[in-house]
Design a protein around this ligand. Structure first.
Ligand SMILES: [Zn+2]
Length: 71
């Protein structure tokens, strides 16, 4: 999973960017689980993905890029 050939940039901005994928997977998984056990499913809750994406992008733009190495 981790790329050993080059050191990963650990600035706050890159850290936030790395959260996007896992958060999306967690949200999608939670929606399918809710769909199984409640009357709310992916069809009702998918806009939550847009909210999460927006929040992550906003946090990313607000996060400090200090120490950014570009890796
Ligand atoms: Zn960075």
């Amino acid at each position: 999973m981790t790329d050993e050939t080059k050191p990963k940039c650990m600035c706050a901005r890159c850290h936030m960017r790395g959260l996007m994928g896992p958060l999306m997977l967690i949200a999608i998984g939670a929606m399918f689980l809710l769909g199984r056990f409640t009357s709310y499913g992916f069809r009702e809750l998918w806009p939550v993905l847009l909210v999460i994406a927006g929040i992550v992008l906003w946090l990313q733009s607000a996060a400090s890029g200090e120490g950014h190495t570009g890796a």
